[in-house]
Every structure is written in C-alpha cells, then in structure tokens.
Ligand binder design. Sequence first.
Ligand SMILES: [Zn+2]
Length: 280
Amino acid sequence: MTTSPTSAPEPAADAPSGPRPGAVVTLLALAALVAAGVAAVGVTRGLPATADTGGIPHHAEPGVEAAGGYAVWAYNDDGRPIRWDPCTPIDIVVAPEGAPPGTDADLERAIAEVGRHSGLHLRVMGETDERPAARRSAYQPRRYGSRWAPVLLAWAAPHENGLSLRDTDRGLAIPVAVGHPGARVYVTGQVVLNAERDDLEAGFGDRADAWGATLLHELSHLVGLAHVEDRDQLMSVHPGEGPVTLGSGDRAGLAAIGAEHGCLDVPPPRDVEVAPPPQR
Ligand SMILES: [Zn+2]
C-alpha cells in the first residue's frame, strides 16, 4: 500500500503584497503558466512499475475555497486534503546564506503559529549548506541519512537552480507528496525566500512587508494550504495591511490539514525523481 513515488506540485509563488502596479497581471500570468505546465510536470522517471505515475496535486490558486474561508492545496481521491503525517515531526533544515537579520526569530514564531493551529510538529534540525533547486531530491541519504530529506528553508536569488522564484516574489513553497496517486502524503519540500527583496523587514509588523508574515504564509503553503481571495486572510495572494495575524479562514484551514484528522502511513524513503515545477 505504501510503495511510493512522487509528485512535485507546482510551487506557490508569492508576488509582493500590497498594491503594486502590474502585480495582478503577473499573478494571472503565473496561474496560466501553472495550468499549462501541469500536464508536463507529472512525469516521473526511474520508478518501478507500480501504479504510481506521479499525478500532480493541483494547486488551488484563488477561487477553490472551502466554506470555512480557506483553500487546500490538493486533495486525495477520497476527498480528503493531502496532508503530512501528524505523528511524524516535520523536520526543517535552514540554509542561512543571505538571510536578512532578525528572521531567525520570525521563523521560530511562524513555526509555533502553524503548529498551534494545525497540531503539526514542525521543528528546525539545524543549518545546511544545501541550496534549493527545482529538482531537489526528496531522498539524500549521504547528506541526511536514510530518511526523506528534511524540508529545506533557504534564502535564494530569483531563478537560482531553476526555481520559478521571480524577482517580484517574496517566497515560494514546494511541498512534495509521495504515494499512490489519489492517496498521497507530504514527506518533504522547500520553502524559498527571495533574498533580493530588501524592501521587506524582519518581524510581524505588517502583512505587506514583513518577513514574519511571509514565513507564516509560506509555511502554511508547505503544510497544505492554497491561496484565497479574502484579503483578511494571510493566505490571500495579497494579504491586507496591518499587523500579521492568522484570519479565521487561515486557522480553519490549518485545522483542516492538521493533527485532529489522525496519523497517516508514510511511504518508506527511497530515491524518487521529483519533477520540476513549470518554468517560463
Ligand atoms: Zn502564497
């Protein structure tokens, strides 16, 4: 039941929040590219002849919202959200190169917030010199031992190593699910922050220009949430202004993908190819 392979959902790219000219157009263009790229992204190579063919969890860009004011990134065939196993800690390694001052504390607080509302146990294992990449391997035994690679959280330049992080994006989240199509579970992923967005500040002072807000938003993608239209939610593509707080929809969404829904079987770690997200 647990034989594996992969799929890499398209990343959730986040344009700058706040009223920036052209931002809406850019986002619409991204949505179109994502839609166009989906068919090509599901390819997996070097996989055993199992039933696994790497279906792609479709990222719900604004519009596919549950009644509770949130959107789930992708669903399994039984109609339940693709989730992480809440009975296994979500380990994170941080590549600190290029990190703005003060963002360590922001990450700690963002992790605590996501954990509080989801019941998931996210924890930082330490630092790494691994760099993010569109084709990051989900299994790196030489670096991380015989386990699924931990989540990589890194600060990077736009388009580094084939990432679809654009100049205007604040960040990018790429959760990776494995397992049979229709019955997947997240096991690793990447959170990439734009090291060249020097207009953002550490802390949680404002939704539009704070790294804390960005980290909280990207971690919420990582655990399985997608964008919503409501600007009162931090999962809005363009969250409103003011102090950073999780809205009622954000909290409901984190609960919907969270620990209260029980443990999941995690496929054993193995070398699987993660298809890259669509590129421009
Ligand atoms: Zn986003």
